[in-house]
Design a binder for this molecule. Sequence first.
Ligand SMILES: [Cu+2]
Length: 206
Amino acid sequence: MLKIRKIVCTAFMTVMFVSLTLATTNGVSHAEGGTITGAVTAPQPKHKKDCVVYIENVPGNWPPTAGVQINQKGLVFIPHVLPIVVNTTVEFLNHDNVLHNVFTPDKIADKFNLGTWPPGEIKTYTFKQTGVAILLCKVHSEMEGYTVVLQNPFFSLTDENGNYSIKDVPAGTYTLKVWNKKYGGKPQQIEVKSGQALQLNFELKK
Ligand SMILES: [Cu+2]
């Protein structure tokens, strides 16, 4: 009797162990893509910040970016550069005690003009095409911001040191690009493998 109990117990433990191992392996292969990190250098150090490093095309239908706002505060657009997935609706807010306007001369955003509005009101616009739209204010000619509309969510905005990091990238062969408001950088062909980390730097030039 004791022997049977021992066999049953061993069999149960074996099944549990195999199931656990399979679950873990499965979890890793599904959830973990590759990571891409690196830094951007520029002719002027201030331009290392606010670059968008992104994968040009990742097959699939990617949902729009959720809960995105651009504020007008202290007579500047915050954030200065906003990367989003195509079909994202952006809310435009006025946090100043003056009237602000938002318009763009760029075709990818239908050359929209949201009008002029006081603080407290919110205007929205849905970006339906990929590309870059400059944001301007008719009331304050010095104001300027950028919306970078991308095909997929595998992008990163560089910090003041030019660093970027893109996580959970599905395995595949891609073109990695960089966007900057003033300079250009050479696209790079990359191969992303599950669980692997790639390091790629960009040098911006005129
Ligand atoms: Cu303004």
